[in-house]
Design a protein around this ligand. Structure first.
Ligand SMILES: Cc1cc2nc3c(=O)[nH]c(=O)nc-3n(C[C@H](O)[C@H](O)[C@H](O)COP(=O)(O)OP(=O)(O)OC[C@H]3O[C@@H](n4cnc5c(N)ncnc54)[C@H](O)[C@@H]3O)c2cc1C
Length: 390
């Protein structure tokens, strides 16, 4: 059995980010990923454009990830609007309420994954084991499909919201199947977006239009499963015309410039984030509905919290697999993630409910949000910052 201090399962953005955060702590770290290394180096486009909080931007800068993302591939969100149904009335946020001259940046997920890979690939204390599926995990030990065994003081699972390792470790998770599908793509348009992000809660679907670089927007449509099948099967021109019409022609003529990718919407919250010598990070701990754009942001801040707890333990001479140490991370991450998870699910419920009281309540909520600056300030804080300190 090959021995490490930490074995991380999954080199998605959360696993790679956590590995980078633990580098330099004097530990031997293995990062095991089922995909081949050439895919980590050049991840394929997956349709997701990730809205990043100021906190995430700072963490990515500190980790040396930010400089691997070309400026011209990023969008800037300076204003955000939330619209109820076909009404012209919008709950409006701008950067006056935020600490930076913008609410957030938006970056294609494949570029985040590539940047996350580039910042760990040459680190001497991280051994990347790629093309290797983890098939077994028990306390302090994992087994790969080819029979190799790895031992560690701490095993960290970052193997997605449908984490097989979480299940193998006997940790259950709350799962909420929204019974809906999100379709994502990028579209070009004739009129400028002026760096405004718009979330339109129509009654049978939600539509988010997020500003990318130039006259391009990221389009996120949430639909029931049958409608999503039909939307995926539509010819590109008809799909573009439908989005253009649903957005009231505000961006002029729109054209599809990438493939459409569909994701079923399931929210996941693990009942525990830790066990002796074991921790969950990223979507394996908390898998969010994308409407509030918090999944990756939470993954990064959660990894920072775990890294802070482990580094403090090392400084105090405690074991990194010690359950008391891991519980510090669990408490701090849960405190941040639980309200965001529940709040997001409640928002989705309110804005997809087609009954009259919900429609009225939505309208009232938008007007109240505009009328009460402290509420607005609080929402902007949630959009731009996630605590990454315990
Ligand atoms: C449509 C959409 C839009 C989104 N928009 C936003 C947004 O605007 N802002 C935001 O913050 N977040 C957003 N998110 C969420 C964000 O994409 C996720 O939170 C993030 O990608 C999760 O990263 P992860 O590393 O935890 O998991 P994943 O990216 O799922 O990576 C898991 C990795 O583990 C590997 N793996 C799995 N099992 C094994 C095994 N047994 N052995 C070895 N390797 C294994 C997989 O191959 C994979 O590489 C969005 C998500 C979706 C679907």
């Amino acid at each position: 059995m090959e021995a490490f201090d930490i074995v991380i399962i999954g080199a998605g953005p959360a696993g790679l980010g956590f590995a980078r955060q633990m580098s330099g702590a004097g530990l031997r770290i293995a990062l095991v990923e089922q995909l081949e290394e050439n895919i980590l180096a050049e991840p394929p486009e997956d349709g997701r454009d990730i809205a990043l909080t100021h906190t995430s931007e700072q963490i990515m800068e500190d980790l040396g990830m930010w400089q691997h993302i070309p400026e011209e591939a990023m969008g800037v969100i300076r204003e955000a609007k939330v619209v109820n149904g076909r009404s012209d009335y919008a709950l409006h946020f701008d950067s006056i309420q935020s600490e930076k001259p913008y609410l957030g940046r938006i970056v294609p997920n494949h570029l985040i994954r590539k940047a996350a890979y580039l910042q760990v690939k040459d680190l001497a204390d991280i051994t990347l084991i790629t093309g290797a599926l983890v098939v077994e995990a028990t306390t302090g030990r994992v087994v790969l499909e080819d029979g190799r065994e790895l031992g560690a003081s701490l095993v960290v699972a970052a193997d997605s919201r449908f984490s097989g390792i979480r299940r193998k470790m006997g940790i259950s998770a709350e799962m909420l199947d929204f019974g809906r599908v999100v379709i994502v793509c990028e579209m070009s348009h004739v009129l400028p977006h002026n760096d405004v992000a718009t979330e339109c809660f129509h009654y049978d679907q939600t539509l988010a239009i997020l500003p990318m670089h130039g006259e391009v927007s990221s389009v996120v449509v949430t639909l029931s499963s049958e409608k999503a099948d039909a939307a995926m099967a539509m010819p590109a021109q008809a799909f573009a015309a439908d989005i253009q019409e649903r957005f009231g022609g505000k961006l002029g003529k729109m054209e599809l410039i990438t493939d459409r990718v569909a994701y079923p919407l399931v929210g996941v919250f693990a009942r525990q984030f830790v066990a002796p010598r074991f921790a969950l990070v990223g979507d394996a701990a908390v898998g969010m509905h994308p409407v509030t754009a918090h999944g990756y942001n939470l993954g990064l801040s959660g990894a920072a919290l775990l890294s802070e707890a482990l580094r403090a333990a090392l400084a105090e001479g405690q074991g990194i697999g010690d359950i008391a140490v891991l519980r510090r991370y669990e408490r701090a991450h849960r405190k941040v993630a639980r309200p965001l998870y529940l709040g997001t699910n409640a928002l989705v419920k309110l804005y997809t409910d087609t009954r009259l009281p919900a429609k009225i309540l939505r309208g009232v909520a938008l007007r109240l949000g505009n009328a009460l600056p402290p509420i607005k300030q609080r929402i902007v804080q949630q959009l731009t910052q996630i605590s990454a300190r315990g």
